[in-house]
Design a protein around this ligand. Structure first.
Ligand code: OAD
Length: 272
């Protein structure tokens, strides 16, 4: 397991235990925490990531055909069926100890915002209350004329694939309410995410390669605002150089250890 920390003050390499303690100490003092997550947080729930060699979705599928408006217009059924397949994976998945540890930070800290690039809804299912979904939600649908907030239940009577919009006199094609390549994110969600990143004093980055904009800029907003930055990822990412503490391991193992260290530190402080 690789370890690394900008907080290193001597030439001894800190152990993973030291780094977990450092992360716990930074988090315990956070007044405004932002947790930024990507596909890696859900990997231990059985949901594939995008860019990992061989296993990543984009290693096996062409994002231009499956995750762009052009791809949808060229073959709506292919794209609809692919998202239905992914929806099936998400429905079978359960939040993992990483999601639960993030939800477990809420009662310990004054202010926690989760900003996720994931569309799987697992943070909310784990109990996080303030979640900004930058790339939409795979359980939600909208039509090409802009009728939104449709659920699978709203489309249940439909025989067509993809379904047609159930709004009176509309009948436009229905698509997943997720952000495809070349599309803008929701202004209100992005504005709230940028404001949260600029106002935070600690940012915890989990399981993102940090290559997709504008999400990948949020750690820079936090860094310029002098936030402390912690990263959890088994592999170094494009954001690792920003991290004051880098925990090189899976989120489902690292985050519960950090939470336990915070509880131990708190119990120690009470005992003293
Ligand atoms: P990526 O697939 O690009 O990156 C996943 C990251 O998770 C990698 O850095 C992995 O090393 C890391 N990882 C793997 N297992 C992990 C674990 N157990 N714990 C923690 N980290 C782990 O996924 P994203 O960065 O989320 O957008 O990709 C960003 C966006 O690109 C996605 O939202 C999606 C995709 O195209 C859209 O579909 C619009």
């Amino acid at each position: 397991m690789m370890i690394h920390s900008q907080d290193r003050r001597n030439h001894d390499t800190p152990t993973i235990h030291d780094l977990i303690q450092q992360a716990a100490d930074i988090l315990a003092h956070a007044r405004r925490l932002v947790v930024l997550t990507g596909a890696g947080i859900s990997k231990e729930s059985g949901i594939p990531t995008f860019r990992e060699a061989q296993q990543g979705l984009w290693a096996r599928h062409d994002p231009q055909r499956l995750a762009t408006m052009q791809g949808f217009l060229a073959d709506p059924k292919l794209v609809w069926d692919w998202y239905q397949f992914r929806l099936g994976l998400v429905e079978q998945a359960q939040p993992n100890p990483g999601h639960r540890a993030i939800a477990g930070l809420e009662p310990l800290l004054p202010h926690v915002t989760v900003i996720t690039q994931n569309v799987d809804g697992l943070h909310a299912r784990a109990g996080s209350h303030q979640v900004l979904e930058l790339h939409g939600n795979i359980y939600r649908f909208k039509c090409l004329r802009g009728h939104g907030n449709l659920s699978m239940a709203d489309l249940a009577d439909q025989k067509a694939t993809p379904p047609l919009c159930p709004h009176p006199n509309c009948q436009a094609l229905v698509r997943p309410d997720v952000v495809w390549f070349g599309e803008n994110l929701s202004y209100s969600v992005l504005n709230r995410a940028v404001a949260a990143a600029e106002a935070c004093d600690v940012m915890l980055i989990v399981g993102t390669s940090g290559v997709v904009q504008p999400a990948a800029s949020l750690p820079y907003n936090a860094w310029h605002a002098r936030a402390r930055i912690i990263e959890v990822n088994p592999e170094e990412s494009d954001l690792t150089d920003l991290a004051h503490v880098y925990l090189a391991g899976p989120a489902g193992e690292m985050l519960p250890l950090v939470l336990a260290a915070m509880s131990d530190q708190q119990a120690g402080a009470v005992a003293r």
